[in-house]
Design a protein around this ligand. Structure first.
Ligand code: TYM
Length: 344
């Protein structure tokens, strides 16, 4: 029995160590015999909030280059951009029509994002979690490796799948979230009350995966801590907790060993040590990224191959769903028709 893995990432800003520690490093580790991995750059999710139009495609390629540099291997995983497989949006619509409005109104990310930009709240932002459910259910994924912030969306995806199965007959696998505690919630360095995020303003907020070593060191030096000078895993002191959690996630050391290592030392030393492990862990990624980034044609070819692998699976699910919902007349093979029209 193979396990299907699916996960996604938005090309909505610079990727940071939260994305890496909460998700991407697990995506890499999950590429093992017995697992079938689908990793998707979700550009259609990114446009639920305004994006600079001329930059989205470049950002999508950049995320692709970073994922490859981090160790996603296109010969073992199916790696592509969401918009390349139009069945994502088709399934999203079909699922929209069985998803109660009230379920979406309860999503905390929607509440947060819509409060932050009242003028700009689109129908797309509201329906965002349904598109996310479609991403996952399209491939009948068993497991979804994500950071803690996506857990509520994953529960919704399970609820939508269960509701569809109840209404129209057993169709979807219920996906399991896979949240690894160490690194599942990295906080902003400038404001540890908030999670580290791609969209937050402020140069001291996030350690980006492509930051040069001196920038990483400077950002850690300036990180918010407290006045206790006592390095312990104590959630009530989120700044120090966050630095220790980053150290834990990068080194894999136990919390006891880490606390013992920094006992009686000042925060300056803690910050230097966290910066050192971060710089070392990201060095190979940065170096490999430079090579991939030079060759956009190769990046496009990799994504095209990934989309071609994903497409037939996505088509099979959507036709099963339409069949169950009794939607549509004779199926039209779009590709064939387009080819024929071009030939005329
Ligand atoms: P996105 O692009 O915000 O984040 C990508 C992944 O990084 C994790 N993450 C974090 N982990 C730890 N600490 C943080 N500060 C942190 N910030 C982000 C996220 O949990 C995520 O795993 N809606 C999703 C993208 C998506 C998706 C999907 C994910 C679309 N369709 C289907 C899984 C399955 C999102 O915005 O992730």
């Amino acid at each position: 029995m193979t396990t299907r893995i699916f996960s996604g990432i938005q090309p909505s800003g610079d990727l940071h160590i939260g994305n890496y520690l909460g998700a991407v490093r697990h995506w890499v580790a999950l590429q093992q015999p017995g697992a079938e991995c689908f990793y998707c750059i979700v550009d259609l999710h990114a446009i639920t909030v305004p994006q600079e139009p001329a930059r989205l495609r470049a950002r999508t390629r950049e995320v692709l280059a970073i994922l490859l540099a981090a160790g996603i291997d296109p010969s073992r995983s199916t790696l592509f951009a969401q918009s390349q497989v139009p069945r994502h949006t088709e399934l999203a619509w079909l699922l929209n029509c069985i998803t109660p409005y009230g379920w979406l109104g309860r999503m905390t990310q929607f509440k947060g994002k819509s409060a932050a930009q009242r003028e700009q709240v689109t129908a797309g932002l509201f329906a965002y979690p349904v598109l996310m459910a479609a991403d996952i259910l399209l491939y009948r994924a068993d497991q979804v490796p994500v950071g803690e912030d996506q857990q509520q969306h994953l529960e919704l995806a399970r609820d939508i799948a269960a509701r569809f199965n109840r209404l129209h007959g057993e169709t979807f696998t219920l996906p399991e979230p896979r949240v690894t505690p160490a690194g599942a919630r990295i906080r902003g360095l400038d404001d540890p009350a908030k999670k580290m995020s791609k969209s937050a303003a402020g140069s001291g907020h996030a350690i980006n995966l492509l930051d040069p070593p001196e920038v990483i060191r400077r950002k850690f030096q300036r990180a918010t801590t407290d006045s206790l000078a006592d390095a312990r895993f104590d959630e009530r002191r989120p700044g120090v907790f966050n630095l220790l959690a980053i150290y834990e996630a990068f080194t894999g050391e136990s919390r006891e060993a880490i606390e013992a290592r920094f006992a009686g030392k000042g925060y300056g030393e803690l910050k230097r040590a966290v910066a050192d492990v971060t710089v070392e862990a990201l060095r190979p990624l940065r170096e490999r990224h430079a090579t991939y980034a030079q060759d956009p044609a190769q990046l496009d070819a990799i994504a095209r191959l990934g989309a071609e692998k994903a497409l037939p699976i996505a088509e099979a699910t959507v036709s099963a769903v339409k069949e169950r919902m009794d939607v549509g007349l004779a199926a039209v093979n779009t590709d064939e028709r387009v080819r024929r029209n071009r030939a005329v």
